[in-house]
Write a protein that binds this ligand. Structure first.
Ligand code: ATP
Length: 670
């Protein structure tokens, strides 16, 4: 109700109904959000702004949502921001007339191109103009005043460019991200300069951060989704008539509906117009799982001992499946007969698997017109008729594979059916989905098979099945609930209805950890000429930060060391990103932009005065670090933002503490 009263008086946004939303209005909201750490306050600011957008310029709502989550389109379209800082510095230099070396020096000191652009701009973008509304520059975090090649402050003010609008900024960002080819660098810089010269007040700050790929205002995407849902409810004309309790209930229901619809159909292009056209109730009908739009896969919870399974599934029917060690593949057949394969990350992998694409048609029985399958693509030895390790699969090229060049054969192991002939099966229990899967698809030797499964509640049987899975080159088992509401498919959730049991869990730490590579140490001795060790970080999605977690130098083959060096030297940056959270002494010889995720195993996790992972969760100042980390593999299918989260690290640390007590009695799985 508080939100309602303040929200409905909120006609303060300074643009006229029907006009495009000024970029300044969004930046003002970003600024308010950045200035607080209170979650409810952040939500409130965004809800108020979205209400004004809905009431005054609903056609801008979609782009406002995209700019708030700093994306340009649905993930599966693969268009991303993340312009390199040298290009951004060049654009700042050229649009302000400041020397590049000064900008670099500022960057080394402040580490935030947003602030540098804003402050540099206040001395006059090129063509020079001065915005009479803007205050004198405050290099809040810098001691020195920027210097200029040629000071423009005495030059006459030229025609002031028009204020930026949301549609214009969004379109230009999209154009910039779409540019490729030889002359694209220059074209990008030119387009950024054109935007920069129109920036007023804080706009340059957020524009730069958007271009760089990180807004860093503490606005998580899940908050944006909740704000969108609430703003839709609060914009309804009848809303003032509702009692406080009823309103609260509606707001909660709306948030849960939009979140659930989004995980099924992760596409704002469809959800936002549907919300504007119908309402929350209508959304459920209008937006459902649709072949051609990859949904976020359901994820599993780690376990450390087989007894965990029995503890969790006491009196609940469950099934064990082989956990195949390959690459997740979501296979879609659309109504028009076309097929697509998507990765765990919603990336279209159809050009990686032309051989599988070619064969897909024969796996479905006649009458199976549209479907979505959840599968694992696994390297397959046709002669020995057996599964090959993941390392073999990872030698396949990722894109534009030609069939004649394929050396590694792949077999698809299907473990779930999520959609069939126009109907979503997400709410059906696994037992039913599995029945439909076997009814509508054919196994084809060495090409397509159903995940091997076993139903027994006897720990000895599960242990035998686990051993068998390992002998068959699998990673372990997936244990899943079979019946009732608890056995529905939960997109994007790490659910306790799916447990993973990996064969090689080290005592204490249940799962391997996926970490972003943020720095490296020069190699010495045998490792001269390549990097000898690396600095790794986990990711905090709420704060949009990478937090240092450990240094690693073990587990690499010579080939790995060479490959990593070749790849990562292209991503060296002069200074750590402003969103790297580092402890004292976390100073590698070179820094990297966050581009790579590696799977790591370790002996255990410990509280550390040096590293910053999960700082503030387990301890107010200390972070968590990994002891004896060892490199396992590159995770091509995870983006840095999908690295293990700070919350998961804290959870692993806490579980480990509990387990040291329990371990004496539990049946280990090693
Ligand atoms: P996480 O984020 O959970 O670490 P991950 O991608 O690292 O995800 P794992 O922890 O190894 O994955 O376990 C889940 C993965 O196991 C699935 O994403 C899928 O690719 C794979 N998998 C293999 N067999 C199965 C199966 N039978 N059922 C479900 N997933 C399976």
């Amino acid at each position: 109700a508080d939100m309602l009263s303040s929200s409905t008086d909120m006609e303060s946004a300074s643009w006229k109904k029907g006009e495009p939303v000024p970029y300044a209005a969004l930046c003002q909201t970003f600024e308010q959000i950045e200035d607080t750490t209170k979650r409810l306050q952040i939500l409130d600011y965004l809800v108020k702004f979205l209400i004004s957008v809905i009431k005054q310029s609903p056609e801008s709502l979609l782009t406002v949502i995209y700019l708030s989550i700093n994306k340009l389109c649905p993930e599966y379209e693969g268009l991303e921001l993340g312009i390199g800082e040298s290009l951004l510095m060049k654009a700042i230099a050229e649009s302000t007339g400041r020397e590049m070396k000064k900008i670099k020096a500022d960057y080394a000191e402040i580490g935030d191109l947003g602030i540098i652009a804003m402050v540099s701009g206040r001395f006059g973008f090129h063509p020079p103009y001065r915005d009479h509304q803007c205050n004198e520059p405050t290099l809040a975090n810098t001691k020195s005043k920027p210097d200029f090649q040629n000071s423009r402050s005495n030059q006459p003010t030229m025609f002031k460019p028009k204020a930026l609008t949301i549609p214009h900024v969004f379109k230009t960002l999209k154009d910039i991200a779409s540019l490729s080819g030889n002359s694209s660098q220059k074209q990008k810089v030119d387009k950024i300069k054109l935007l920069l010269v129109s920036c007023r007040n804080k706009e340059a700050k957020y524009l730069m951060r958007s271009l760089e790929g990180k807004l860093r205002i503490g606005l998580a995407e899940r908050t944006v989704v909740v704000a969108l849902a609430q703003a839709i409810v609060l914009s309804r004309p009848d809303i003032k008539k509702l009692s406080k309790e009823k309103l609260q209930a509606e707001l909660e229901e709306a948030a849960s509906v939009v979140k659930s619809v989004y995980s099924e159909l992760p596409c704002y292009d469809l959800i936002v117009p549907a919300l504007l056209k119908t309402d929350i109730k209508g959304l459920k009908e209008a937006c459902k799982l649709t072949p051609g739009i990859p949904l976020k896969p359901m994820l599993a919870h780690p376990t450390k001992a087989l007894t965990d399974i029995l503890d969790r599934f006491e009196n609940i029917a469950f099934t064990c499946e082989y956990k195949y060690d390959g690459e997740r593949a979501q296979i879609h057949k659309l109504d028009d007969g076309s097929m697509r394969i998507y990765s765990r990350n919603s990336e279209n992998m159809s050009t990686k698997y032309p051989d599988v694409m070619e064969r897909l048609g024969k796996f479905a029985k006649a009458g199976t017109n549209s479907f979505v399958l959840d599968c694992e693509a696994v390297a397959w030895d046709r002669e020995q008729k057996c599964i090959l390790p993941f390392q073999v699969l990872s030698t396949r090229k990722r894109k534009d594979v030609k069939e004649e060049d394929i050396k590694v054969q792949v077999c698809i192991f299907a473990f779930d059916l999520l959609y069939l002939n126009g109907e979503s099966l997400l709410r059906e229990p696994l037992a039913r989905r599995r029945e439909l899967l076997t009814e509508h698809f054919n196994e084809v030797d060495g090409e397509f098979a159903f995940a091997k499964s076993m139903n027994s509640t006897q720990i000895e049987d599960i242990q035998t099945f686990l051993d068998q899975s390992v002998a068959d080159n699998c990673e372990g088992l997936m244990v899943k609930t079979l019946n009732g509401d608890e056995a529905s498919y939960e997109p994007s959730k790490r659910s306790r209805n799916w447990l993973k049991v990996k064969k090689d869990y080290l005592s204490g730490v249940g799962d391997s950890i996926d970490l972003a590579v943020i720095g490296a140490y020069s190699g010495r001795g045998k490792r001269t000429g390549v990097y000898g060790g690396y600095l790794l970080a986990c990711y905090d999605p709420d704060r949009e930060e990478y937090q240092s977690i450990c240094k690693i130098g073990t587990g690499f083959s010579e080939q790995d060391l060479e490959d990593h060096y070749k790849e990562l030297k292209e991503h060296v940056i002069p200074d750590p990103k402003s969103y790297y959270v580092l402890g004292e002494g976390n100073k590698p010889d070179v820094w990297f932009a966050p581009v790579r995720v590696w799977e790591i195993k370790c002996a255990d996790l410990s509280v550390s005065p040096v590293y910053k992972a999960a700082v503030g969760i387990v301890d107010s100042t200390k972070g968590i670090s990994l002891r004896f980390p060892r490199f396992i593999r590159v995770r091509d299918d995870k983006q840095p933002e999908n690295a293990t989260s700070s919350e998961q690290i804290a959870e692993m640390y806490n579980d480990q503490k509990l387990n040291t007590v329990k371990n004496d009695t539990s049946l280990g799985v090693d």
